[in-house]
Design a protein around this ligand. Structure first.
Ligand code: BG6
Length: 307
């Protein structure tokens, strides 16, 4: 962990260390009994690293990622896109939550499944947020590392104001891959998608899997079941399970678009793909006092599909 020495915090469950990054922002390192790790920052509530017990990094981080203090967001890992993903309102495309300072939540509302290494974070809107998005909320985020190495994120958003509000959401999951040409995404066959490269034109996925040889920027609408990201070169499959997140955004900027993204290295597109559980097409509506929950579980498996 960058920055000052990490200090152990007994109020957090499992092997959890709290330290600070180079900007003085709290960082949390989760370690499961087998040695797999997850690093999450209070800057954006963003997961920055997820490693197997053998130390293999499973998340992509931009080679030109800039670690400036908030509100600047870091390119890579799993930024939390809230209260917007896309261009629905006048907010920044991926919302403001990823550029805010979250706090460690030492008294989170209970969750049924808590028997694993985890940390709870909390975001309350600041005065600036309420100016650009005048809806008071509480955002509880749990980041957990299971004993089998799975990474689990649970987001709970509560409406704590007197009027209903709607929002869209995504866990912008930037995955590390060996070589984008060796990657296939399965589980999206026959699903409708909105093609952001064609002004949101609606089409239906025809192939049995999605492979990559040019820029892709699509919102798969109401994709049911588990999504699998197969990396043939690494002979590994990442399974993505979602709860409360009907849509899946698949993104790779390819070479031309990469050059236009300041914190993206020229060849970064070759070693990443974004496959993000999201709720976009039907914005979530919360009445006063209501809560929404969106969960993501990422599990690595060695699959016979690579034989
Ligand atoms: O352009 P940003 O905010 O860096 O986001 C990266 C990309 O994220 C993807 O998930 C979106 O579908 C793209 O449209 C977007 O460009």
């Amino acid at each position: 962990m960058a920055g000052s020495a990490a200090a152990s915090d007994q109020s957090l469950r499992g092997s959890v260390e709290v330290g600070r990054d180079g900007n003085g922002v709290e960082m949390i390192l989760l370690r499961n009994p087998k040695g797999a790790t997850v690093e999450v920052s209070c800057h954006g509530g963003q997961v920055l690293s997820w490693k197997t017990e053998r130390g293999e990094e499973l998340l992509f981080m931009g080679s030109k990622a800039v670690y400036k203090p908030p509100p600047h967001a870091v390119r890579g890992g799993i930024p939390i896109c809230f209260p917007q993903f896309g261009t629905r309102e006048t907010l920044e495309k991926r919302g403001f939550a990823m550029g805010r300072l979250w706090t460690i939540d030492r008294d989170p509302p209970p969750l049924p499944e808590s028997g694993m290494t985890h940390v709870d974070l909390l975001l309350n809107p600041c005065a600036v947020d309420l100016k650009i998005w005048p809806h008071n909320f509480k955002f509880h985020l749990r980041v957990a590392l299971a004993d089998d190495g799975s990474l689990i994120l649970v987001s709970r958003v509560r409406n704590v104001c007197s009027k209903p509000f709607t929002f869209t959401f995504a866990y912008h999951t930037d995955l590390a891959v060996s070589d984008i040409g060796e990657v296939r995404v399965e589980g999206l066959e026959t699903c409708d998608y909105l093609n952001n490269l064609k002004e949101g034109m609606r089409s239906t996925e025809q192939g049995i899997s999605l492979s990559f040889d040019s820029e892709v920027d699509r919102v798969y609408v109401e994709a049911e079941g588990v999504i699998e990201v197969l990396d043939h070169k690494k002979r590994r499959t990442l399974k993505i399970k979602r709860e409360g997140l009907p849509d899946v955004v698949v993104w790779n900027p390819w070479d031309k678009k990469s050059k236009a993204i300041a914190d993206f290295g020229k060849n970064d597109y070759k070693r990443m793909v974004s496959v993000s559980g999201a709720a976009i097409e039907k914005p979530i509506k919360l009445k006063p006092g209501e809560q929404w929950m969106g969960g993501l579980k990422l599990t690595l498996s060695l699959s016979t599909k690579h034989e």
